[in-house]
Design a protein around this ligand. Structure first.
Ligand code: SF4
Ligand code: SF4
Length: 250
């Protein structure tokens, strides 16, 4: 997979120096004209930050890319329709959704490559430093280890949820499947990107009566959209690829 960053990326094997705050001369310069992928967890956090339903958020802020080899829908943030193509969440003081900014904004200036082993039970990470030419953040600030940066940027929960999405998109069973059908794409839109609709489906269909699921998990997915998303991603691996992430009652 290419990221478009290859010419600016260097493997990271030690600490790096970086600082970004309103005093940098390039402040806000990076928040424009971006090809910014939104993961299902990014969208969940952003739509809740803005107090919007998934449907309204997607209508307003998402453009879809279907170039994935299987036809998986990839959500990308729609930049503003002005000459500078500013990020719609950029305000005078900086990022207006900062506590819930997307994964791609959090991780910069790092990039992460993951390798999955043994049907996604184990992950190996490699990190790279991305040096954008306009970014002055490398000339100042303290030294960071990767672990410190992850902690400071709240990345662990994003990585955990994004890895669950990667487990769907890169299922080891995908070679057997071929292109996704329309009904598969509808299932993905619902379970990964529309928790309100997926919750209705879970609790108003016969699904829960047909699968092995303990009471505690049912309560969690009723009350917590993050748990609902976790369940939705398990469900997608089951319905799209026949993985044993959901157990059907005998
Ligand atoms: S270009 Fe770099 S230093 Fe400047 S605002 Fe963006 S991330 Fe911060
Ligand atoms: S979401 Fe925030 S940090 Fe990310 S590009 Fe937009 S304004 Fe910048």
């Amino acid at each position: 997979m290419t990221t478009g960053y290859e010419d600016r990326m260097a493997p990271l094997d030690g600490p790096f120096r970086f600082a970004c705050d309103p005093s940098v001369p390039c402040f806000k310069e990076c928040c424009r004209d971006l090809d910014l992928i939104l993961t299902p967890y990014d969208i969940l956090r952003l739509k809740n930050n803005l107090g919007l339903s998934s449907e309204v958020f997607i209508e307003e802020f998402v453009i879809w890319d279907f170039s994935h080899d299987m036809g998986f829908p990839t959500a990308k943030l729609r930049m503003s329709d002005n000459a500078e193509k500013l990020c719609p969440f950029l305000g005078d003081e900086g990022c207006k959704v900062y506590p819930d900014r997307p994964s791609a904004c959090r991780i910069y200036p790092l990039a992460r490559a993951t390798q999955k082993h043994a049907r996604f039970e184990r992950t190996t990470d490699a990190y790279f430093l991305v040096r954008e030419s306009h970014c002055k953040g490398f000339e100042r600030g303290r030294e960071w280890t990767i672990e410190d940066w992850k902690k400071d940027q709240g990345l662990d929960e994003y990585f955990e949820m994004n890895d669950l999405w990667t487990a769907v998109v890169c299922s080891p069973f995908k070679e057997k499947r071929g292109k996704l059908a329309d009904r598969d794409i509808k299932a993905i839109f619902m379970a990964a990107y529309n928790p309100e609709m997926f919750k209705q489906f879970v609790f108003q269909s016969t699904l829960l009566s047909r699968i092995e699921i303990d009471r505690g998990r049912v309560d969690k997915i009723r009350d917590d959209e993050v748990e609902l998303l976790r369940f939705g991603l398990d469900w997608l691996r089951f319905v799209l690829f026949g993985e044993s992430t959901i157990e059907v009652k005998s």
